[in-house]
Design a protein around this ligand. Structure first.
Ligand SMILES: [Zn+2]
Length: 297
């Protein structure tokens, strides 16, 4: 197993960190800090608890796996279709899509329905909920400490799709090295944008700080620099809307011990909060960063 160097910056290798803020985990109030690398500007959550699994069984951890109101699901699928047509346009024909951190399999399902060859990867051997009916999407298990994928011989004809995944990894650089070792040449990453309007608006209440589920906080520049440091050149990149407005209100309410009914009303998947939050998210449009990049040679 590769040793993760805890003091080293995953983007630039630097080891000078400046404290940006002290904050807390949204539900339990455990203290965490956000530090910024003085060389490249990437931010990180500190400390990193050795066992992160319990943070994924909490309300926040499971809330995002639940199905939302029908309108929410309809809009989400429309946006995912649009997103996939962008990736497909950038990828060469004959490329398969390795959906890492597939979760419920929503995006994998959209890609497979569009006729793409898809492979899914996640922490457990459970087949993603949305793909239980399909037999044409193989599922693999990745060890989130070593980033090794059980049984996957190679990924040389794959585009590594990692949507809202890289910010959760202890060492994104080690993950990329592992994907390159499998032969992957194409990468499509989506992460929350630490340079976004919602981040400036909400300060420490910005939902995507989400300590300690989110361990790294990228901007477009730091994400491109991370890929570049592995010889992976950005082909196209941009910003995309993400559910951040209502989610940040949820974090603000929880952190201020608001009544339970009020916190639940801010649930991003409810009809009203989803609609209002979604409209605001769409207006800002920069809550997440996407990068499509390619390994040279
Ligand atoms: Zn750095």
């Amino acid at each position: 197993m590769e040793e993760i160097n805890v003091s080293q910056c995953t983007v630039c290798g630097g080891s000078n960190w400046q404290r940006l803020m002290d904050t807390v985990e949204t539900e339990k109030g455990e203290p965490f800090s956000i530090f910024v690398c003085t060389s490249c500007g990437v931010a990180r959550t500190w400390p990193v608890p050795p066992d992160l699994s319990r943070y994924y069984s909490s309300e926040i951890g499971t809330q995002f796996l639940a199905k939302g109101a029908p309108l929410y699901e309809f809009l989400k699928r429309r946006l995912m279709l649009k997103e996939f047509s962008r990736i497909r346009h950038l990828a060469k024909s004959g490329i398969s899509f390795l959906d890492v951190g597939t979760g419920t399999g929503d995006f994998a399902c959209v890609m497979a329905d569009a006729g793409a060859q898809v492979l899914t990867v996640d922490a457990t051997s459970n087949v993603p909920v949305r793909l239980r009916e399909r037999t044409d999407v193989p599922h693999y298990v990745m060890n989130y400490d070593t980033y090794q994928i059980d049984g996957l011989a190679g990924a040389d004809r794959c585009c590594v799709v990692a949507r809202h995944v890289v910010e959760h990894l202890k060492d994104p650089s080690a993950f990329i090295r592992q994907m390159l070792a499998l032969g992957a040449k194409h990468f499509y990453f989506v992460v929350p944008n630490a340079g976004s309007f919602s981040r400036r608006l909400y300060g420490q209440y910005w939902f995507a700080w989400d300590p300690p589920r989110h361990l790294w906080h990228f901007t477009k520049a730091t994400m491109e620099q991370l890929l570049d440091s592995h010889g992976i050149r950005t082909v196209a990149s941009g910003y995309v809307a993400s559910t951040m407005m209502a989610a940040s209100v949820y974090r603000l309410l929880r952190m201020n011990h608001a009544p339970e009914w009020l916190c639940r009303a801010a649930n991003t998947k409810g009809a009203i909060s989803g609609l209002v939050g979604g409209a605001l998210d769409a207006m800002c449009g920069d809550a997440a960063v996407w990068v499509y990049a390619q390994r040279e040679g």
